[in-house]
Design a protein around this ligand. Structure first.
Ligand SMILES: [Zn+2]
Length: 398
């Protein structure tokens, strides 16, 4: 295949120029002009940006256990429509992904059914019960790329400290959902920052790399800067909704506006946007958390995110330089998870996201995802995926 005439943006190689790209299942070559060979598919990318495939490292695919909320098919179809060539799925399934067999089973299902690449995140504790560390070496061997009890924080600090020790020799990072369940009803802001501080101090003390999921507070950003200055290896992500939406939006939405962590103040959202601009935040991740409409009306926490993410990030920070936008969605999550991709260097997987600055209106009723609740429903967004290529195969084309 030859992808012609697009603006190729690959921050890893320092490319930002009009180029043609030749692929088979890997990237073959990039040049100013490539003449298609007989039988080669040609994709006209004029007017589009051609980027390394986007990776959403925070996605809930709801399998096993809750296929009424989402399936591997629906979630990964939503991913490719949203411009993602890979997702990492969270282990708060039923049962939880807490041992090597569960990880291997999921990988088997994914190999048969997924529309994009899917990387498994294993649980930190057995059954996500917060009591007993999992077998990280065995799960990594089975294909887990990170560990998280996402949806909950590990409440017992001794368990978490032991877990970090048990995972010390495993490359896969820990990912923290920072909300103290006991503090939350008393002080929903302190519930986040107290756990950010605790987990990142453990990261600094143990040397374990610790990724902070869905940062939502100005204070959390300041803590992140502090612990990094103490030597912690601590990348961090932010969601489209926390970058843009405030508690007023949540109030207007009523029970469907429920999300963890909750939507915060305009001051927090502004600080998060600045945190993306100044490099404190490394990764953009949607926290795609689909539920049925009935569950959302009853206040289930989470928004559908894969199909609005690209446009919502661009709307939140329109001045973000394109190479940085691309890095936050490709090379940075690839580096945090230690997975292939994130660059179009020849020999890399032929995973590419083509997108354009083209206005479109969100219509959640048309989503591939079963999750239909997003604060961006009805919004006009300025950027859209126009083609998603996974392993040299076109999986989506607008
Ligand atoms: Zn979470």
């Amino acid at each position: 295949m030859v992808i012609r005439g697009g603006r190729v943006v690959d921050p890893v190689q320092g490319i930002d120029a009009l180029r043609d790209v030749r692929t088979n299942d890997v990237v073959v070559e990039i040049a100013e002009h490539l003449e298609p060979h007989a039988g080669e598919t040609v994709i006209d990318a004029s007017g589009a940006v051609v980027a390394p495939g986007f990776i959403d490292m925070h996605v809930h695919l709801r399998e096993p256990g809750n296929p009424e909320k989402e399936t591997i098919e629906s979630g990964t179809e939503a991913a490719v429509r949203g411009g993602f060539t890979a997702v990492a799925c969270m282990p708060n399934t039923v049962p939880a992904l807490d041992d090597a067999i569960a990880v291997a089973n999921l990988r088997g299902e994914v190999a048969r059914r997924a529309r994009c690449r899917v990387y498994a995140i294993g649980a930190i504790t057995r059954g996500r019960a917060g009591e007993e560390p999992c077998d990280y070496a065995a799960m990594t061997h089975a294909g887990a790329v990170a560990f998280s009890d996402d949806g909950d924080s590990v409440a017992d600090v001794r368990v978490l400290y032991d877990a970090a020790g048990a995972a010390a020799d495993v490359g896969a990072v820990f990912i923290s959902h920072c909300e103290d369940a006991m503090l939350k009803p008393i002080d929903a802001r302190l519930a986040e920052s107290a756990v950010v501080a605790r987990d990142l101090l453990i990261a600094a003390a143990t040397g374990k790399t610790w990724h902070v999921a869905h940062l939502s507070l100005h204070a959390s950003l300041e803590l992140l800067r502090l612990v990094r200055s103490l030597g912690a290896s601590a990348p961090a992500e932010v969601t489209p909704h926390h970058l843009t939406c405030t508690q007023e939006v949540a109030r207007d939405l009523g029970p469907p506006g429920t999300v963890n962590p909750p939507l915060r103040s305009e001051r927090d959202a502004r600080a998060l946007r600045d945190g993306v601009r100044d490099g404190t935040i490394d990764v953009l991740a949607s926290d795609h958390a689909p539920h049925t409409q009935q569950e959302k009306r009853a206040g289930a926490a989470g928004f559908t995110g894969l199909e609005i993410a690209l446009g919502a990030y661009a709307a939140a920070i329109p001045d973000l330089p394109l190479p940085r936008f691309v890095a936050l969605l490709s090379s940075h999550p690839a580096r945090v998870l230690g997975v292939p991709g994130g660059t179009l260097r020849p020999g890399s997987p032929a995973d590419l996201t083509l997108f354009a600055d083209r206005e479109w209106r969100v219509d959640a009723s048309q989503f591939a995802s079963f999750g239909r609740t997003t604060p961006f429903d009805g919004a006009v967004l300025p950027r859209k995926a126009v083609a998603t290529i996974v392993g040299g195969e076109v999986r989506y084309r607008a």
